[in-house]
Write a protein that binds this ligand. Structure first.
Ligand code: FAD
Length: 225
């Protein structure tokens, strides 16, 4: 249920080299750290961003539910706009724009070449003699970095609601950070999600949870709406 359902950027694995800096996590935090390092004179070829996601964006890679958008003004929320020459198109940008903006930061600073995606960091050990961190990942990577920047984020562990019977529910069920558009139709920047569902009257979506970031369950039978 928590597998990554989105199109991914394929990167070579396993990576086994030595690199100057490893940035774990490619949300806005990791992107800002990497960008500032490049501005400070570290070559982008000496920086590896690594993420379990299939591309950059962090929160905005994972959360693609209908209507996903920032609730802080884009001009304040979206970093490095002046540096990359970008003007947000909306006061509160939607997820596709924020995701694209994250990719623009990567391209602007030349950070894609050394990046690793689809790789969850599973281990990190300090090698005293070499003065390097030995880093391993779920994709079989085993490389070393002199410096590590940790940016795991705070909302990356999908939490399922404690609803009685949820484990035995037999309909389609997915978390909002793994939205199943194959099932619901529509798309993240499609303004009227309910119209897509209206075209499939046998389907209904029930959101369980107290915020928009809820788990959604759905059934093909009208009886269980
Ligand atoms: C649905 C949603 C909406 C939000 N809306 C707003 C908003 O409108 N305004 C606002 O100010 N904030 C908002 N936030 C908070 C948001 O998380 C932060 O604003 C910001 O995007 C966090 O950036 P980050 O880089 O710190 O972390 P994240 O964006 O969470 O990135 C962390 C990255 O680390 C990766 N990672 C984690 N563990 C590992 C590992 N072991 N190995 C490799 N990679 C790993 C994850 O895959 C992820 O890509 C929202 C959060 C959510 C979930």
């Amino acid at each position: 249920m928590l597998a990554d359902p989105y199109p991914k950027i394929e990167t070579a694995h396993p990576v086994t080299d030595d690199i100057e800096v490893c940035v774990v996590g490619t949300g806005y935090g990791g992107l800002c750290a990497a960008a500032r390092l490049v501005e400070a004179g570290i070559a982008s070829s000496d920086i590896r961003l690594i993420d379990k996601a299939g591309d950059v964006g962090g929160t905005w890679y994972w959360n693609r539910y209908p209507g996903a958008m920032c609730d802080v003004e884009s001009y304040v929320y979206m970093p490095l706009c002046e540096e990359i020459g970008y003007v947000p198109s909306m006061k509160y940008a939607q997820q596709p724009e924020i995701y694209k903006h994250s990719q623009m930061i990567m391209n602007h600073y030349g950070l894609y070449d050394k990046a690793c995606f689809g790789a969850q960091v599973t281990g990190m050990e300090w090698e005293e003699d070499a003065g390097m961190w030995a880093i391993t990942s779920s994709a079989g990577d085993a490389f070393r970095a002199r410096y590590v920047v940790m940016n795991f984020g705070t909302f990356t562990q999908a939490k399922l609601p404690k609803v009685e019977g949820v484990a035995s529910f037999e309909g389609e069920m997915f978390h909002t950070s793994r939205w199943n558009y194959d099932y619901t139709g529509s798309a993240a920047n499609f303004p009227r999600f309910e119209n897509a569902l209206a075209r499939s009257p046998e389907r209904a979506v029930c959101c369980a949870g107290v915020t928009a970031r809820a788990t959604c369950t759905s059934s093909r039978t009208s009886a269980s709406r």
